[in-house]
Write a protein that binds this ligand. Sequence first.
Ligand code: SF4
Length: 280
Amino acid sequence: MRINLAKSAGFCFGVKRALEIAKEIAKNQKDVVMLGDIVHNERVIKEIIKLGIRKINKLCENNNQTLIIRAHGEPKRIFDLAKKFNYKIIDATCPMVKEIHRIAKDMEEKGYFIIVIGDKNHDEVRGIIGQLNKKAMVIEDIKDIDINKIKKLKKVAVVVQSTQELDKVLKIVEVLKRYIKELKFFNTICMPTRIKQKEIKEMPKKNDCMIIIGSKNSANTKRLYEISKKINKKTYWVNSAGEIKELWLKDVNTIGITAGASTPDETIKEVIEKIELIRK
Ligand code: SF4
């Protein structure tokens, strides 16, 4: 049996950067907090907490704590509130997410209505629309498009959550173009996501079975799983080595493995070891 590991499996640039920032701050400062999870992976969060960084669910008044802003970013009101409450802000937002914020704000200033293609409840999407002065529209799926609403829009700028699937996004943009006269489309899917998605469109064709590793709350892992599953029915999504089932590997000669952008190398290594152990 051959195991083929995707070149792009695991941490992306933005997650690596956010974790390096967090580790550095933890070394040099006391009383450091993160609002929610800095990245979407339980194991990584446990490690961060071990370093002394506390997880909080809301900001509190009169604080002198250091607040790390997660890789996916936060709405502007969180920055404003943190400043008001005296937090020292360390912004670990991925520069590629910052670029989406910049484009959306710039286009809003130029008089465009902003549409975000992405998951309505994802932190990154909340962060993008939370930069704007006016209400934006979020489209999650082609089925969600409200034609009557869309028809009334004249000048629209479309940005995309960094981890969306390109084909799905292009189909949505195609529909929007039919009804909106002036539409500017910014493909803000980040480069690490594009590379991962390019690989995941090929790997399921070349392998008998696919294992996708990542947390169940990781949007980009979900996307990798969905793309792979469409191509190869024998696609399985696991968060850790313990979830691998012997049955999945029956009559399988080649296994393709990839992992979401917030999956640590140790988890990938453990999954590979578990597969090797089963197949011995
Ligand atoms: S997936 Fe892309 S945008 Fe998100 S943190 Fe990683 S590099 Fe940044």
